[in-house]
Write a protein that binds this ligand. Sequence first.
Ligand code: NDP
Ligand code: 2IT
Length: 449
Amino acid sequence: MKDILTLIKDRDPGEKEFYQAVEEVGESVLPVLDRNPQYRQEAVLERIVEPERIIIFRVPWMDDQGQVQVNRGFRIQMNSAIGPYKGGLRFHPSVNLSILKFLAFEQVFKNALTTLAMGGGKGGSDFDPKGKSDNEVMRFCQSFMSELFRHIGPNTDVPAGDIGVGAREIGYLFGMYKKLRNEFTGVLTGKSLGWGGSLIRPEATGYGSVYFAAEMLATRNETLEDKTCLVSGSGNVSQYTVEKIIELGGKVVTLSDSSGYIYDEEGIDAGKLDFVKRLKNIKRGRISEYIDKYSEAVYTEADTSLDHNPLWDHKADCAFPSATENEINEKDGMNLMKNGVKLVCEGANMPSAPEAINIFLDKKILYAPGKASNAGGVAVSGLEMAQNSMRLSWPAEEVDQRLKMIMKNIHQTCLDAASEYDKPGNYMAGANIAGFTKVVNAMLDQGLL
Ligand code: NDP
Ligand code: 2IT
């Protein structure tokens, strides 16, 4: 393990998020390598940490003032052992190679856990859609796709949304792909319903995360009924996490964005959630505006000088971090325990720092790693690809039923793999072991590539 980390640190200096993701998976799968000497002989770890292909490109576009702007575009084609590369595009100023490589690496194992035929990839740009007009976003997306189109395709690489990429961006990206290729195919997922999208795709990540939480609670004969929940973020994943928690009888008391968070002790009910959806998806406003409408809530501005995030310092039973990576540090992890949290279910990718994860594992709370609990999004993307190939669309109930089954299966797969390696109840170990084993076996079957 030390060798692998030294290898990537020497080769890829400064990619700290990527090291973090590799270290977590690497440590979990050491017993798998010990039990299967062939894996070491075939250097599977060395192969799996090296992307099959990385594409980096210039994205020039013109803003509304007629000024030329230049951003950087990326696509990491990480692993295609079990299917075409599949994974989202992130548009956020923090995007760099390290972040996209960690996301692509996680995606490989996540996609394997869904049981659908999808390899792993991730892409995006340091473009910030915040504060841009629809026309600026369109011009950016068109420029981005004018390079990306030659590297993707429905049987090659199928991007989707992630932070900063939702239905609007997918629409502009799809339009440009179609024009350049003169082809109407399922090259992107998360499309709108009228032109190839799947019902339940917008809901899938959040719903799936809550289905996973419900499965974990069931192992302790509990449900979400009357549980107080902390949710971070207020975007796609957070909104549908809240919707499903409310449906299952739980109470959500927090939501956030990068500027701050709201605490609503009475709970965010269906009406308040509708307000948040309109605020975020249509008005593209800030979560602080919640208290203008609901004065019973309290807004706290984000303060980077603090050593913790006060959102995680409230009495609660469950936490659903659903904003971004490393949003729960060691202190936040300790605060969650102090406040009685017994379940942490990751909607975001890698939201918990390693020190926080160690606390959760130590305390034996129910802890779900994102690559298992947020896999519902990409799973329904896989179902969107299937529907596109058949040129038909399934009703919402059917997609939701399949999503539920997939999440139930992932939950069981994690528990089974964890037990097999003497780590009962450790969903992190289980997810890493099961995902890794599936991908590695496929790689070995296909020869040295
Ligand atoms: P959205 O863009 O819809 O929402 C992101 C939310 O997180 C916003 O509230 C945003 O606030 C906040 N946020 C983003 N970056 C930061 C930051 N650096 N610090 C604080 N807050 C931040 O994205 P999604 O809901 O789609 O994605 C959320 C997470 O879920 C990500 O980790 C993503 O990788 C993961 N995920 C998404 C899936 C999907 O299907 N969409 C599937 C699986 C995982 P602000 O508006 O201020 O930027
Ligand atoms: O992180 C993720 O799994 C996503 N952003 C969804 C990817 C997808 O292809 O639907």
